[in-house]
Design a binder for this molecule. Structure first.
Ligand SMILES: C[S@@+](CC[C@H](N)C(=O)[O-])C[C@H]1O[C@@H](n2cnc3c(N)ncnc32)[C@H](O)[C@@H]1O
Length: 515
């Protein structure tokens, strides 16, 4: 397996005074039945405007250059909050995608059409927020603070744990074998989002250091590989697929993007991400964005919108456009597509991987990057070939923190053929209880990416990423984040069982090479 290592290292990153981190290791999984479950998309627009047009109209990006509202937000403006209201009350599992099956060209003509000479004007900055501004000099709340915010889900039972100050996560999904993977994943992450509000301080979690380590890895990957928009005055846009609770919002601020788009299948996670963003966004963004101006490092200086949707079963335009009319023409193609700790769910079938990679490549501008983190098929191969199993049957490996249990006997040479549908249950203490996910045979994944015009630029195991790049990032990252990785020998990084658990993952970067 060839490996390229060409970090750009050129992206300017800023040291920020504090860091409200989340998830990171919140890796999860599923089980499958061939039933295809898409999602109707539900979206949360973010606006800092106080008033809206009375008469909704279709947006025309280039026809509204003088306006100070992003064009994609102009139509249906009046029902913006109504939509959020609806979303807020949304309870039922999402069923049935309306994605047309066989009209990709039609859909993507529009999708790709925005990248022309007038793209400078595709989005405008606008001011006036309803979000309260923190007192000057006050730092943004970190995730521990956020967890202590009273939550509306008082019906959720609190899991009993050994530490009275900390309640470890425990899944309450029953009869997984009768559910399709989307349902399991959605239920799992909805539960996690709700339970996390009652768990207590994250610093008490048995995987606290691991979470910090994984977050640092994502800072490094995004810091080195998010490429700014090549067109001056055009916003730098990041599309976060399977964004979860918005755990990477801080990282997006760190790399100074201008626009964030988050999509996830878990409606509770999206709601939490929206809430996290809303609490911390800047009060005012100048009309011309913040290019060349100082950013407020205590807050999010970028615009954001969030939508619920199935990234592996539905096209991105079909997820976003119904909720944010004009967004595809207004903000796409984007500069970066990020997918953190989630791509393995797609490897259930070729169809899902194809849908995902179509979403990625059609969303990206040429030269844009596709950045992700996944379990390492090489790591699995090693375990299998060396027979480092926890059970007699040779289906389970791991340690006291994590475990992988294959559904079927793994191949003796550790090479999974065909590349799809190799299911295993993954467990991670205080995060994941036996949730199914799929092996991502990396070389096959790479070949699929190449078929989609994506060329591998970087691929490394987490331990190597950390060792090679932490010197550059050590002084730039939040002190609490760094201190949260302190080892027993006084140095920083992962050790013991945690080291093996984080070594299970790799980071990758592909670049879109052609139009
Ligand atoms: C381990 S979490 C990672 C969250 C976030 N990317 C992070 O790094 O903190 C995996 C996420 O993938 C989401 N997910 C799984 N399958 C999905 C799908 N088909 N479409 C969209 N999101 C999906 C889950 O709901 C969950 O939020």
């Amino acid at each position: 397996m060839s490996e390229t290592d060409q970090p750009q290292g050129g992206n300017e990153v800023e040291k920020r005074p504090e860091d409200g981190e989340s998830s990171g290791t919140d890796v999860e999984h599923h089980k499958e039945k061939k039933q295809k479950t898409g999602t109707t998309s539900h979206a949360i627009p973010i606006s800092r405007r106080k008033s809206y047009d009375e008469n909704p109209r279709m947006s025309s990006v280039y026809g509204e250059e003088k306006s100070n509202v992003p064009a994609w937000m102009k139509s249906r403006r009046s029902d913006k909050y109504e939509k959020y209201e609806k979303y807020d009350k949304y309870k039922a599992p999402v069923i049935a995608s309306s994605a047309p099956e066989n009209k990709p060209d039609e859909r993507y003509n529009k999708y790709m059409g925005a990248h022309d000479t007038k793209t400078d004007d595709r989005i405008k900055r606008y001011g006036s927020s309803t979000t309260p501004t923190p007192e000057p000099g006050k730092k943004r709340k970190n995730s521990d603070d956020e967890d202590s915010i009273p939550a509306p889900y008082s019906n959720i039972p609190i899991t009993k744990g050994a530490d009275p100050e900390y309640q470890p996560f425990q899944s309450r999904i029953h009869d997984k074998s009768y559910k399709d993977i989307n349902s399991i994943v959605r239920a799992h992450y909805n539960q996690r989002t709700q339970q996390s509000k009652y768990q207590g301080s994250r610093t008490k979690s048995p995987i606290y250091k691991m979470r910090n380590f994984n977050n640092v890895i994502k800072y490094i990957l995004l810091g080195d590989w998010v490429k700014k928009s090549p067109i001056p005055e055009k916003p730098t846009v990041l599309l976060d697929l399977c964004c979860g609770k918005g755990g990477d919002l801080n990282k997006c601020e760190f790399v100074s993007i201008d626009q964030y788009i988050g999509v996830d299948i878990s409606d509770q996670s999206i709601k939490e991400a929206f809430s996290r963003y809303s609490r911390n966004k800047v009060h005012f963004i100048p009309q011309n964005g913040l290019k060349g101006r100082e950013r407020d490092t205590r807050r999010y200086n970028f615009e954001a919108c969030f939508a619920t949707g199935d990234c592996f079963g539905t096209s991105i335009p079909d997820i976003l456009e119904p909720n944010f009319p004009g967004i595809i023409q207004g903000l796409f193609p984007v500069d970066c597509v990020s997918i953190q700790f989630a791509l393995h769910y797609a490897f259930e079938s070729e169809e899902k991987v194809n849908t995902l990679l179509n979403n990625v490549t059609k969303s990206l501008r040429p030269g844009g990057t596709f950045i992700g983190t996944i379990p390492s098929s090489d790591f699995m191969k090693d375990k299998i070939v060396k027979k480092e199993f926890l059970d007699e049957g040779g289906k389970k490996f791991g340690n006291e923190l994590y475990s992988v249990t294959f559904h079927d006997d793994p191949p003796a040479d550790g090479i999974f053929r065909p590349p799809f549908g190799h299911c295993y249950n993954y467990s991670l203490k205080d995060a994941i209880d036996d949730v199914p996910e799929y092996v991502v045979p990396f070389e096959s994944f790479r070949a699929f990416c190449e078929e989609h015009g994506l060329t591998l630029r970087y691929k490394k195991n987490f331990i190597d990423i950390f060792n090679q790049h932490i010197p550059k990032y050590f002084s730039k990252l939040n002190k609490n984040l760094i201190e949260g990785m302190k080892r027993s020998d006084g140095k920083y990084g992962a050790e013991g069982a945690e080291k093996e658990a984080v070594g299970f993952y790799i980071g990758f970067v592909f670049e879109k090479v052609s139009a």
